[in-house]
Design a protein around this ligand. Structure first.
Ligand SMILES: Nc1ccn([C@@H]2O[C@H](COP(=O)(O)OP(=O)(O)OP(=O)(O)O)[C@@H](O)[C@H]2O)c(=O)n1
Ligand SMILES: [Mg+2]
Length: 398
């Protein structure tokens, strides 16, 4: 098979491949970019595999970065773009975050493709657009199948994260999992416990926020993978609701909020759960806010002060979340009410703490409390947001 009209991302990289070829080495486009080209999907970056060693690549190009010399990877900067160029290799054992523990350089492309995870990821393309396909990746692309290269069990022993990648690609591409590959995951799911949480989390999130997440999540549960990740052990019954959902979450925060709701985690357990997954403090806060606002709208209609405290971002996320969970919520009414609020943040209030001090309120906690009471009164429409009304309110309440 030959591709004639290559998109810009590839044509821009062609001179790089040609220079490597002219220096006497082989070079190919490999991995996700070739897969996504054939699927007509957006291509974010192109990876290049070569017979040249990193030192040889560094001699060919003026600007390079030593990304992972030991593992065979050099980044080449060319015409304002950067390209990861990796020497043909095989690998086994990923302990650290991104890079394999040890790699063995191999002689040719064929050996390199053999060690890749799935047939659809083991495709290569040369400078002329010829597709190299040793494992019928093209057939599997047509059949919409995720199938391990060779013996699935071996691929998962080389890198157990690949089991999570399998369900992640199912979700992103809306493909099905080939039965032997699925069986190998069921047989080897415990291997996942050796993989760092960060790597698992990245795949889990990619799976969760892609369009085929319900079917992928079902396999994640059925194969036992869910038993190996933080906070999910013994929770299959709770999580079984996920595949029934009508929509996938589209943001990371909503994915976590959804998990917390399905797991029925009480509020005080949210920080621990989020930290087990090595989420950032910012993500933890965002998720806690969404869950809190979801609980609030599930029990009563929010008043203006509730809307003010939640803020637009949390409100919009929570509406999406309710939609995903099939909970009735009048989203546009909530957003309209928010938009109509007389103040949306501290700066919108005509007075501040200094104003209270100038008006005889002694410094101390009372200042903050009174400010909050004033905000509440303004939001509830009890007083207008102007100095005269607020001054009168203070004299009545002090
Ligand atoms: N655990 C892994 C990770 C990667 N690969 C190989 O390295 C390529 C590039 O890896 P990566 O960029 O992580 O994945 P992509 O398939 O490119 O997917 P994405 O579009 O998410 O980048 C993959 O296609 C696959 O051939 C692998 O065999 N095993
Ligand atoms: Mg990639």
């Amino acid at each position: 098979m030959k591709i004639n009209n290559l998109p810009e991302v590839f044509t821009a990289a062609l001179p790089v491949l040609k220079e490597i070829n002219e220096a006497g080495y082989e070079a190919y486009f490999v991995g996700g970019s070739v897969r996504d080209l054939l699927l007509n999907r957006h291509i974010h970056d192109v990876d290049i595999a070569t017979s040249a060693y990193p030192m040889e690549i560094k001699q060919i190009f003026k600007k390079t970065i030593d990304t992972g010399i030991k593992h065979g990877t050099v980044t080449v900067l060319y015409e304002g773009e950067s390209y990861e160029i990796t020497t043909f290799r095989t690998e086994s054992g990923y302990q650290d975050f991104r890079r394999p523990d040890h790699v063995t350089f191999v002689q040719n492309l064929s050996e390199d493709l053999k060690r890749r995870d799935f047939t659809i990821n083991a495709l290569a393309m040369d400078v002329d657009g010829n597709i190299i396909d040793h494992f019928d990746g093209l057939g599997d692309l047509e059949k919409h199948l995720i199938r391990a290269v060779g013996k699935a069990e071996n691929r998962f022993h080389e890198d157990a994260l690949r089991m999570m990648r399998a369900v992640r690609f199912m979700s992103q591409l809306q493909f099905t999992l080939e039965p032997e590959t699925e069986q190998a995951i069921s047989d080897n799911h415990e291997l996942l416990s050796k993989i760092s949480v960060e790597r698992i989390r990245d795949e889990f999130v990619k799976m969760g926020i892609a369009p085929g997440s319900q079917k992928a999540f079902q396999i994640f549960l059925d194969t036992g993978l869910s038993e190996e990740v933080p906070g999910f052990r013994g929770k299959k019954e709770n999580l079984a609701l996920y595949p029934q959902l009508n929509f996938s979450p589209t943001t990371e925060a909503n994915l976590w909020a959804l998990m917390i709701i399905l797991l029925k985690l009480p509020n005080d357990k949210i920080p621990h759960f989020m930290r087990m997954w090595k989420n950032s403090n910012a993500m933890e806060r965002q998720v806690a806010d969404i869950v809190a606002f979801f609980d609030l709208i599930s029990s009563h209609a929010p008043n203006n002060y509730d809307l003010y405290k939640a803020g637009l971002e949390t409100i919009v996320s929570t509406i999406d979340l309710a939609h995903i969970l099939g909970q009735p919520v009048n989203g546009s009414a909530l957003v309209d009410s928010y938009e109509a609020l007389p103040i949306k943040n501290n700066r919108d209030l005509v007075i501040d703490g200094h104003f209270l001090l100038k008006n005889g309120i002694p410094a101390g906690p009372r200042v903050g409390l009174l400010l909050e009471e004033i905000k509440k009164a303004v939001l509830e429409g009890v007083i207008s947001n102007n100095e005269a009304a607020i001054t009168e309110f203070i004299s009545l309440n002090h």
